[in-house]
Ligand binder design. Structure first.
Ligand SMILES: [Zn+2]
Length: 371
């Protein structure tokens, strides 16, 4: 009898699949457990690794989707579902969690933390103003930055976060995307002879040092964010990137219009500029989301200069088209204009021109080194 019960248990064990996860409350309990014990302990306890693409978004926080599904199974049925017993991603954990009413977001790329110590290197104020003006006009401002101790791996399109260190206002001061891979350039410290690893960054937000997102807030909201990143060039994984970007966007929504400006202008103008700033901010967020998902190039012509790539809505904003990866495409400014002027529409990732005789592509660029 004992033996047959054991066999029955074993069979039951093998018949368990992700389909048995039907209770959204079990998912909530798994997330609560993760919050309580911390991400790394949670993953270790349940035998999962960090997700590399799909994350569960819940109440402003993000979770590794497969690990949560596995732990939720345990919470609901009392039987663990281990990492090797089911698949994550679009053929497993993702549709199951979506089916239970949860939001899943994808983040294929990580990000990198770069550092700025103003007591050791002064960032030219005029140049910073130029970058801000370019950002305020809705674009990005390009400037090189040292990658610290990192000498490889950063790719065009990777998210970049710049933190101020070494003084009273420590925290996140700027964000952008890598516009080049790493190259060697003159060292930022004048007394250094050797050349330093550097990237070109297309900055999309650059705050005053007074308005930084404090380091302490970042540490509280971003799992496993350390108390220092000496050297710079540290990589954050997808979940850390999502968490930091969400926190940063919330901060920008309140910090993007300086208090001085709000106080000095009549109320109606202030609220107007606030709305504009907010709108631009959402557009930036949308662009960031697309850059985290798609190859950094125009969907129509393949133009790959990330500094001027734009985020286009397939179903326009004005018609309530959502700012999602599915409804978004990266386009060069010419093709973005042409799309908004209804010269073509996107069918998947293919441009269908209203009048094929007006179809245009960007002029081919000569290969580097040729004339
Ligand atoms: Zn194009």
């Amino acid at each position: 009898m004992v033996r047959s019960l054991a066999v029955f248990r074993l069979a039951e064990r093998f018949l368990m699949t992700l389909k048995d996860l039907t209770d959204p409350q079990a998912v909530v309990r798994a997330m609560e457990e993760c919050d309580r014990v911390g991400r790394s302990t949670f993953l270790q306890t349940h035998g999962f690794g960090p997700a590399d693409e799909y994350f569960l978004a819940h109440k402003g926080r993000f979770y590794d989707s497969k690990a949560i599904a596995g732990a939720a199974h345990l919470h609901q049925t009392g039987i663990p579902l281990s990492n090797s017993e089911f698949v994550g991603g679009l053929h497993g954990a993702v549709p199951r969690l979506r089916g239970l009413g949860f939001e899943i977001v994808s983040q294929r790329r990580g990000s990198y933390v770069l550092l700025w110590n103003p007591t050791r290197w002064e960032w030219d104020e005029t140049r910073r103003q130029e970058i801000r003006q370019s950002i305020e006009a809705g674009g990005t401002g390009v400037a090189p930055w040292s990658t610290g101790s990192r000498k490889k791996d950063i790719q065009v399109g990777d998210r970049i976060f710049l933190f101020i260190v070494g003084q009273s206002e420590r925290g996140l001061v700027a964000s952008g995307h890598a516009a080049s891979s790493i190259y060697l350039d003159q060292h930022w410290a004048a007394d250094h002879d050797e050349r330093a690893p550097t990237i070109s960054v297309a900055w999309d937000n650059l705050l005053d040092a007074k308005l930084v997102l404090p380091w302490g807030e970042v540490q509280q909201a971003v799992p496993e964010f350390r108390d220092s990143y000496q050297g710079g060039g540290i990589k954050l994984d997808g979940l850390q990137t999502l968490s930091l970007d969400a926190l940063w966007q919330g901060h920008l929504d309140t910090a993007s219009v300086p208090a001085s400006q709000r106080a000095a202008t009549p109320e109606i103008e202030a609220s107007y500029s606030y709305v504009i700033a907010k709108k631009r901010n959402h557009q930036k967020q949308f662009r960031s989301k697309l850059l985290a998902f798609y190859e950094p190039k125009c969907d129509v012509c393949g133009f790959d200069q990330i500094e001027i790539l734009e985020a286009a809505h397939i179903v326009p904003d004005s018609q309530d088209g959502p700012s999602t990866v599915e409804n978004g495409r990266l386009l060069c400014p010419n093709h973005h204009r042409a799309h908004d002027a209804l010269l073509f529409r996107m069918d998947g990732h293919h441009a269908v021109w209203a009048d094929p005789s007006t179809e245009f592509l960007a002029p081919a660029r000569p290969a580097p080194g040729t004339k």
